[in-house]
Design a protein around this ligand. Structure first.
Ligand SMILES: CC(=O)SCCNC(=O)CCNC(=O)[C@H](O)C(C)(C)COP(=O)(O)OP(=O)(O)OC[C@H]1O[C@@H](n2cnc3c(N)ncnc32)[C@H](O)[C@@H]1OP(=O)(O)O
Length: 431
């Protein structure tokens, strides 16, 4: 078997797409209970294999979108695996925007798995991302056991929670300022980009969406999931500052009847956030609300008279991060404290320039990161650095798990103080 790994030409794009599970109708999410997806079901229903018209439409998107960079593995000229990077941007500590390569649309056909094809494509994508000046890579992992070996590690979390309507009383029941409106999909397609743009600039971990992200929203009912309904909030001046997509799905299971599912909710103000949740948690003829893709630290809990009523029913990793260019990444974010720390990174064969000892001199105004020969304060894996980068992971926890090795007392607390951010990083959607 001679495998060739290289970018995909326009003529090869249909064959690249057809190896992908979401195109050929094979499972593309891990089944429960370890599933990373947020839906209430044990395993999401499979897609039907794409029609030739759909493939033709996606080919146009793949080859014409400047931000889409596909790679494929060829065996005897036939596409047997594919992966792609999207050029995106993420909000990092200091509320700065940093470009990154988002790994997506990845698969190797069943006959060619476990032979290093994904490793080969990943290496090609890392090299291209570095050439484009993207110091980070990120992804959502279909399975938790695959991506650590390429240097990725969980950097944000997401939770699914349930709240029974009978327990959803708010501690402060006064109506928030502004007004709510139930709207159609066309209005929502306009509202989402505005609200998300405002919110993502204030939330570490949030992503700049790809063009057309909300174009697919519709008012059509699709099967038992029911049509998506849309809610917006306007501030007293009339501007939209909150938006939510929710459903009232039909189910044959008595225990799931009367469930209102909030698929997405984003607010650019506290009033919009509180007003939307007040309506959605007290919807007539429902019993409970379930929200599948929410931050681990949901302010709603602390708005309730009974905070315990909001029950987390699934928690999983969300965005996995990989530092490709260590000095560029560490100087792209800011730090709340002033500190000098010397960190050594274990061997990183896929991005060898990361390996070595680095002196990070951080202040709230900026940081420098330069190679040094001095004795390090601590040694860590590139995975630990990926988990720490957005400020959501405890350095003490990673040290206790053996991913950080301090060389003197005080090194791990100093690292923790330097990297931690509040609130916890969160990305409201994947790519
Ligand atoms: C970011 C996303 O797009 S998520 C979607 C990912 N796609 C899927 O899950 C679709 C179904 N799965 C697949 O198509 C393939 O299994 C892939 C793409 C995940 C992996 O492709 P492969 O070419 O088999 O991976 P590759 O051979 O490079 O694997 C490298 C290592 O990962 C291991 N590995 C790969 N997949 C798995 C897995 N599912 N579970 C456990 N280990 C795995 C291999 O055994 C190998 O181990 P080694 O480094 O110790 O030798």
């Amino acid at each position: 078997m001679t495998i060739e790994i290289r970018p995909v030409t326009r003529d090869e794009a249909p064959a690249y797409l057809r190896v992908l599970p979401y195109v050929n109708g094979l499972p593309h999410w891990e089944p429960a209970p370890a599933a990373w997806h947020g839906g209430p079901e044990a395993w999401p229903p499979p897609n039907r294999p794409a029609t030739p018209e759909q493939v033709a439409r996606w080919v146009e998107e793949v080859v014409t979108a400047g931000h889409f960079h596909p790679q494929a593995a060829f065996d005897g000229g036939k596409v047997v695996g594919g992966s792609a990077m999207l050029s995106l941007a993420i909000t990092v500590p200091g509320l700065r925007e940093v470009p990154f390569g988002g790994v997506t649309a990845t698969a190797v056909i069943a006959t060619h798995r476990r032979r290093g094809l994904l490793r080969g494509m990943m290496q090609a994508m890392f090299d291209e991302a570095l050439d484009r000046g993207e110091p980070l890579a990120a992804l959502s992992a279909s399975e938790g056991g695959i991506y650590g070996r390429y240097g990725f590690a969980p950097a944000t979390r997401r939770t699914r929670w349930d709240l029974d309507r009978a327990e959803a009383a708010f501690a402060d029941a006064d109506p928030p300022a502004g007004s709510l409106e139930l709207v159609d999909a066309a209005t929502t397609r306009q509202a989402w980009p505005r609200v998300h743009e405002e919110a993502r600039r204030r939330q570490v971990g949030e992503l700049r969406p790809v063009p057309g992200k909300w174009d697919g929203l519709s008012d059509d009912a699709t099967g038992p999931d029911g049509p998506t309904r849309y809610l917006i909030h306007r501030c007293p001046q009339g501007d939209v500052d909150g938006v939510a997509n929710f459903r009232l799905p039909w189910t044959p299971l008595v225990e799931h009847t009367g469930t209102l599912v909030v698929d997405a909710l984003q607010a650019a103000s506290v009033d919009a956030y509180r007003a939307m949740w007040m309506l959605l948690t007290d919807f007539d003829l429902t019993r409970r609300v379930t929200a599948p893709t929410r931050p681990a630290d949901e302010p709603l809990r602390w708005m309730l008279r009974n905070p315990r009523a909001l029950r987390v029913t699934r928690q999983s990793d969300n965005l996995w991060l990989r530092v490709l260019d260590l000095p560029a990444a560490l100087t792209a974010r800011s730090y709340d404290t002033t500190a000098d720390l010397t960190i050594a990174v274990d061997a990183d064969p896929m991005c060898p320039r990361n390996t070595g000892t680095w002196r990070l001199s951080a202040t709230p105004d900026g940081a420098t990161c330069t190679p040094t020969r001095t004795r390090p304060d601590l040694t860590l894996t590139v995975q630990a650095l990926g988990s720490l980068y957005l400020g959501g992971m405890s350095a003490a926890l990673l040290a206790a798990a053996g991913h950080i090795r301090p060389h003197h007392d005080g090194a791990v607390p100093a690292l923790g103080r330097l990297f931690r951010t509040d609130p916890e990083p969160f990305n409201s959607f994947a790519f």
